[in-house]
Design a protein around this ligand. Sequence first.
Ligand SMILES: Cc1cc2nc3c(=O)[nH]c(=O)nc-3n(C[C@H](O)[C@H](O)[C@H](O)COP(=O)(O)OP(=O)(O)OC[C@H]3O[C@@H](n4cnc5c(N)ncnc54)[C@H](O)[C@@H]3O)c2cc1C
Length: 442
Amino acid sequence: MQSVDVVVIGAGFAGLTAARELGNAGLSVLTLEARDRIGGRTWTDHRLGHDLELGANWVHWVQPHVWAEMTRYGREMIRSPRAEEAYWRSREDGVRQGTLEEFMDLIEEGQRELVKDVAAAIPRGTEPTVGTIQELDRRSIQDGLDMLRLTPEGRVANEAVWVGHVNAPLDQVGLSSALRWVAATGGHWELMHEASSTYRVVDGLRAFTDLIAADVPGEIRLNTVVTAVTQLGDTEDDAAGVIVETADGTQIRARRVVSTLPVNAITEITFTPELPAAWLRQHGETVASQGTKVWMRAAGHVPRFFAYGSQHDALSVLKAEFYLSDEHGDYTILVGFGPQHTRIDLDDVASVQSAVDRLRPGLEITEVTAHDWMTDPFAQTTWMTHRPRQLTRDLLELQQPAGAVHFATTDNANLWGGFIDGAIESGLREAKRVKDALLERP
Ligand SMILES: Cc1cc2nc3c(=O)[nH]c(=O)nc-3n(C[C@H](O)[C@H](O)[C@H](O)COP(=O)(O)OP(=O)(O)OC[C@H]3O[C@@H](n4cnc5c(N)ncnc54)[C@H](O)[C@@H]3O)c2cc1C
């Protein structure tokens, strides 16, 4: 039986970061990845004639863990196109066209008022469970918006903007998601918008994760699904080690394991002893995120625009991203986001066309591509957002190791939970804990 100091399960940002840190500290590390590629929920693929990010896309310098890695690997970023036109819902069925400034004026009050208590709610973005968030966490984003006196048009626009951020119906998402991300940007909601949807990484996230993987001293074994993690000795005995079993029956012995599985997917592995209560509880509820991200080809050169529909639409947000041409002529690549992956058939151009028509009439959609992360067994999540109460009830417990098993995932990060930054933070955190434990006990 192969024996290593640490098995890392998963080669997304959390796993790659943890494996690199552990290997560089002199520990033997084996990374087991279920897919035929690294990157996890980041996936740059060439489709519709362009490299597209099917998972994560945007990064920002206010995300400190991402930014340190951007600097370390010489990555640069580029701004997504500035919109020349804005579209939004004037009545439940009408679409209004205006300028970016008019739209920002429309949402300003709602955005500002929703998070006006952020300084007391989460005084430090790095401690998202400390502050009046303990009481506010009962509320959903919908509860928060319902308490405001917004015009009907302002309310629909604000709701659609929040769907773009949290990818779920707003009555299912904790107000905590809004508050913690605004806390992470020093209380400035405009900066939170910029941080979460403006700058992408030049050459794509695949090139980024390739560079981190090249720095991982141990083997990264692809196409290897972990099915069981069994701790030897009793639960309190973290020195006895762990047996990790993969789908083909291979067993590997390790002194520690770092799991990077998201909350929604964690029970695909049988843990013995069973997972800590917080993991089982949150997994049973699932986290709130359940949306969809879809790339589309629209005929012709469409002026740069963004469009917001309503949170009740199949797609709530639509933007023009790239301009290309081929033998059929000019075309524009659009990206759309919706609150529930079940509301739209991503294999059916007509279904996507009718969703687009409700946001930005007059476009001809000729091709569609997407990855459904919710039905992907190794993710079962998009970018994590919590349901009401989940953050304050579970976060600290989710961060704790269980004997020799550690949990590093963006789902249990402090600062930018749900983002790439959170994945890196969690990988660094658990690598430090494992190093502290193993290097002082050779
Ligand atoms: C559509 C979409 C858009 C997003 N947009 C952004 C954005 O713009 N900016 C941003 O910062 N973040 C964004 N995110 C979130 C970001 O992608 C994630 O927060 C981050 O990539 C999570 O990293 P992770 O390492 O914690 O988890 P993952 O990337 O999910 O890594 C876990 C790894 O474990 C592997 N695995 C699972 N089960 C097993 C098993 N049984 N055995 C072995 N391996 C297993 C998986 O294949 C995966 O590689 C987006 C996500 C999605 C889906």
